[in-house]
Design a protein around this ligand. Structure first.
Ligand code: CTP
Length: 413
């Protein structure tokens, strides 16, 4: 059986044709990891190596991870040469050059057609993503910077380089970005013009923290993983995504605008401020329901013995959204989340009504493989007409896709 917690097919990459050009740099080893990640996510990755790249990494290495033929300049003069360079460029939905050396970028900027990679790039109309890797001095050189400006003006996305130790032993701005980050940029580029293009999606994620004193808090257990997966899935579909999150160490999905908040009140403010400009609100955050009536400025001393802590409810953010929608309109689609320990469907139905939601994503937090911190979730959808759909155990990424399928269906109504 498939293990839903293992990295799996990414719908935004599945079946997509990606041409990966590799030029001559020691960072070529990272391109192998990139090719592997893209392939495991379901992409069809054609790799073209420049002559100098072949000195660092072999065609066999790439073919071994992509399961496809790897191309080199030898193929330029082979029997298929008349169609190869045009075919590779035309069939690609995205061209990524990683690592991109100063030399290869100079040729791409000048539109030179020597070598299979440059020829394929010239015949391609696909978006171009470049991940420069070189010595920091070479990167800073006005010639390199002018080439980058030219490429950027033509629409290329330049990712990195980042600061760090380079092959020369020097430390500076010249290291290729990590493959995991590059995958995010590739997803972003491939998401342009997809099914949620032009839609503004606000996602709340994580749990809020309500202070008791300067060191203690009331918090909800939440890793933020489901909310972040929703933000990523919306980006993959071309949406403009704002992520409002409680404290978490999760990395921001590439392309999302992120606002970090601590308390329910801060989250309410951030959501409220954007309501008029929001098409879809996905309220995945585990907002603390109670806060201390008065938080202490000073650390409460243990020696004081037992204390009385008076709690008051926090502002109901979805309640405020429902009120706004009744009065003056607001997001076209609002999705709530409910973590329940009993009477899942009954309570979900009540919350859909009480909070004026289009859909609620309910999960039973007593199940060991669903809920907090784990990568999987088992959810049930309840919609505004009380329709119930129970989904099997899934990765949180797949739950996010299922939520967005429902959101798109509501938007189409
Ligand atoms: N929520 C909110 N504002 C709050 C608390 C929760 O907007 N102050 C949102 C959550 O983000 C979630 C939904 O309401 O999308 C349901 O949260 P939940 O805590 O299950 O609902 P409550 O109304 O607080 O009900 P309960 O008494 O079960 O805690």
């Amino acid at each position: 059986m498939d293990n839903p917690s293992l990295p799996s097919i990414i719908p935004a990459l599945a079946g997509r044709r990606i041409l990966l050009g590799v030029s001559g740099s020691i960072a070529g080893y990272k391109a192998v990891d990139l090719a592997s990640r893209l392939t495991q996510a379901g992409a069809l990755v054609d790799v073209v190596l420049t002559e100098s790249a072949r000195r660092f990494v072999s065609a066999l290495t790439f073919s071994s991870v992509t399961g496809r033929r790897t191309f080199t300049d030898d193929d330029l003069w082979g029997p298929d040469s008349h169609i190869l360079h045009v075919g590779l460029g035309r069939e690609a939905e995205l061209l990524v050059v990683a690592p991109a050396t100063a030399h290869t970028m100079a040729k791409l900027a000048a539109g030179q057609g020597d070598g299979l990679l440059c020829l394929a790039a010239l015949s391609s109309h696909a978006p171009l993503v470049l991940a420069p890797a070189m010595d920091a001095g070479m990167f800073e050189h006005p010639a390199t910077q002018a080439n980058l400006t030219t490429l950027r003006q033509r629409g290329a996305v330049i990712v990195g380089p980042v600061e760090g130790r380079m092959a020369s032993g020097l430390v500076g701005l010249g290291r290729m970005v990590e493959p995991v980050d590059l995958v995010g940029h590739i997803r972003r580029a491939l998401g342009q013009g997809r099914s949620l293009a032009g839609r503004r999606v606000v996602v709340t994620a994580g749990g809020t923290f309500e202070p008791i004193d300067p060191v203690r808090i009331i918090a909800n257990r939440s890793s933020g993983k489901q909310g972040f997966a929703l933000a990523q899935a919306a980006l993959d579909r071309g949406a403009e995504v704002t992520l409002i999150t409680g404290p978490t160490t999760l990395p921001t999905p590439v392309g999302a605008e992120r606002f970090d908040v601590e308390t329910a009140d801060e989250m309410r403010r951030e959501v409220e401020e954007r309501l008029d400009r929001t098409d879809v609100l996905l309220m995945a955050a585990a907002v603390a329901d109670f806060r201390a009536q008065a938080s202490s400025q000073d650390k409460i001393k243990r020696s004081a013995g037992a204390i009385d802590l008076h709690l008051e409810p926090t502002a109901d953010i979805l309640g405020m959204v429902a009120e706004r929608r009744r009065r003056s309109g607001g997001p076209k689609v609002v999705v709530g989340f409910a973590a329940e320990s009993s009477d899942l469907i009954l309570r979900a139905r009540q919350k859909v009504k009480a909070k004026g939601l289009d859909l609620i994503v309910a999960n039973d937090i007593t199940a060991p493989d669903a809920g907090f911190a784990v990568d999987t979730n088992r959810v049930t959808f309840v919609d505004s007409s009380e329709g119930v759909q129970a989904l099997p155990l899934m990765s949180k990424a797949d739950v996010a896709e299922a939520v967005l399928d429902r959101v798109e269906a509501i938007l189409r109504q």
